[in-house]
Write a protein that binds this ligand. Sequence first.
Ligand code: BV8
Length: 247
Amino acid sequence: MLDATALHRLRTARRVVALTGAGISAESGVPTFRDAQTGLWAKYRAEELATPEAFLENPRLVWNWYVWRRQLTAQAQPNPGHLALVQFQERFDSFTLITQNVDGLHARAGSRDVIELHGSIATTLCFDERTPVTDFVDDGQTSPRCPRCGALLRPGVVWFGESLPPAALQRAEQAAASCDVMLSIGTSSLVQPAAGLPLVAKRRGALLIEVNPSPTPLTPHADRVLSGPAGQVLPQLLRQLGGTDLG
Ligand code: BV8
């Protein structure tokens, strides 16, 4: 729970920003990015598969990993952590939600105008043109091809070594640089440039609150650390704020 000083700063904040990572979807049954992979994928590390090199070396393998993850995320439901952030959006004059997640669960929970720094697993792009493709056939054998130009199809996510969508990153940096309170929720704070955003906020004088059951490289810089699962901590924080009780 927040102490009175921090609670007062949050209660009176005009601009609040939240950065989320895979941890906020853990209670929806979506494995975090650094959880050990299971089943078919147990012998691979996510960071090894989420690269253009891995895809070009074995398009079908990487494509199938995303087909598996798409099915997993499509079956997942937003949890009380996602739902609490929807209420945060109503509670503050300005609330910006920035996510590293590609699972779409914030939008499905009802959050509006989410900044998806790493893209969306639900979209498919032509590898060459980087344009969205919806009308394609996946025969389960070869990698699906772009019906327009015949290039390989890829998931609409940002892989390691690829630049983030410039407009999304610029919006996120501007929000971080001008907020009164920054919440870093469910992220190991390892992946750049997302992991730098809470420090941008802190340097500009924002109150920095970390929500995570485990310490991260951000922990020493946080003004307050709420150690626990987001699905419990965020509804509690909302109740402390005097928001509607999510039960
Ligand atoms: C780029 C999409 C320019 C794909 C992802 C500077 C320094 C060092 C390295 C770099 C740097 N700049 C760039 C790099 C390289 C690289 C990078 O950061 N590498 C790291 C590993 C060192 N960055 C990039 O390549 C980025 N591109 O900067 O472009 C450029 C261009 C060319 C060459 C160089 C640079 C692109 C990064 C985007 C990669 N794509 N995802 C996909 O999903 O398949 S990143 C991937 O990691 C996911 O998006 C994930 O969200 C993200 C971050 O991980 P987390 O979300 O934090 O998840 P994680 O599993 O790590 O942690 C979960 C946390 O939750 C834990 O702390 C756990 O304790 C906590 N938790 C668990 N349960 C709960 C919980 N918390 C709350 N409640 C719970 N219940």
